[in-house]
Design a protein. Structure first.
Length: 343
């Protein structure tokens, strides 16, 4: 479909067209299109004229028509398991900051930790012929994998690493992070160590596996000190699980929580119960959310590079879209153990 056909179709609906916006702003339709997509090569004064003209006319872009005209959209799809988790919010902000100035729209899908829901999102978004896909982790349905492979759309996986699959991925070793947590608590002289995990996505399970391996090697692993639940992670759940764990195993002297919000709940519940942290129980979290530095006591945590992962993943997808060769398809962004008062 040609641009003129698109404009004719738009006129039959009574909606203002891109040509009309361009005429009012005194620029070409191509310049108007680039300005409205936020491409930074358009001079600031011209871009402002185009935005003013679009606002005055009530113009709304038609991405479906643009995709038909070019056989490709100007969007990159980003699928995350949660929009209530600060981890993914920070990552999305970083992705947007890289892609939007390049004129690419960021289409966000939230699959609520459901592989079936993610499959539906992938199927629906691929119908719009996106330029790229940014996906969270490697755990998905076989149908999703087939659709991604058959689409030929460049794809980058975030948050985890897989050196043997031949995929482009940006993240860090969840297994190594869990091992680091165990090593830190052991270095503090703790010997009765528990792992508490919720949601139980693959990344949480890998953290637990890394934690478990270190304890097994040290001869200190007790399967009864693993408390796992598929319930969504939250502050309230953290307090509940902390109480449950101490009631059933009062000799525990260290706990690694798979997410900071669980650890926050544990610290609040410990204050209510009069449990001294870290004298009685050392508490270690994961992700190092901003509020962790202000808890009482201040929470030790493993800081994950969520913003750096978002930026690097967005830069990588831009290179793949441009057809550039990527020398390092697997990019390990690492993590940092942040030691504070709780351990």
């Amino acid at each position: 479909m040609t641009s003129s056909n698109n404009e004719k179709s738009a006129r039959t609906t009574g909606r203002p067209t891109l040509n009309e916006v361009a005429q009012r702003a005194g620029v070409s339709p191509i310049t108007a299109s680039r300005a409205l997509r936020g491409i930074t090569t358009v001079a600031d004064d011209l871009a402002q004229k185009v935005r003013d003209a679009a606002r005055e006319l009530g113009y709304v872009a038609n991405p479906a028509a643009r995709a038909l005209a070019s056989a490709q959209s100007q969007s990159v799809v980003v699928l995350v398991p949660s929009l209530s988790n600060q981890l993914f919010v920070d990552t999305l902000e970083a992705i947007h900051g890289v892609l939007r100035p390049k004129g690419l729209e960021v289409l966000i899908g939230n699959f609520h930790y459901s592989r079936d829901e993610e499959e539906d999102l992938i199927r629906n978004y691929l119908a719009y012929q996106p330029r790229g896909l940014l996906l969270t982790g490697f755990e998905r349905t076989e149908s999703s994998r087939r659709m991604i492979e058959a689409s030929g759309v460049p794809c980058v996986y975030m948050m985890d690493l897989d050196t043997g699959a031949g995929l482009h991925c940006v993240g860090f070793s969840q297994l190594h992070a869990g091992a680091t947590a165990a090593e830190h608590l052991l270095s503090r002289g703790r010997k009765r160590l528990a792992f508490v995990g919720a949601q139980l996505d693959q990344r949480t399970l890998l953290r637990g596996e890394g934690f478990r391996r270190v304890l097994q090697k040290a001869g200190l692993y007790d399967p009864g000190l693993e408390l796992l639940t598929p319930r969504p992670s939250s502050v309230g759940l953290g307090g509940e699980l902390f109480t449950q764990l101490l009631t059933s195993h009062p000799q525990i002297d260290g706990i690694f929580f798979g997410n900071d919000d669980l650890a926050h709940g544990a610290l609040l519940e410990a204050a209510r119960l009069g449990v001294k942290i870290p004298e009685q129980v050392a508490v270690l979290g994961f992700n190092d959310l901003p509020s962790s530095a202000f808890m009482v006591p201040r929470l030790s945590s493993i800081r994950t590079p969520r913003e750096a992962i978002g930026r690097r993943a967005a830069e990588l997808i831009l290179n793949l879209i441009a057809g550039k060769e990527v020398e390092e398809p697997v990019q390990d962004m690492g993590f940092e153990l942040v030691v504070r008062e709780s351990t």
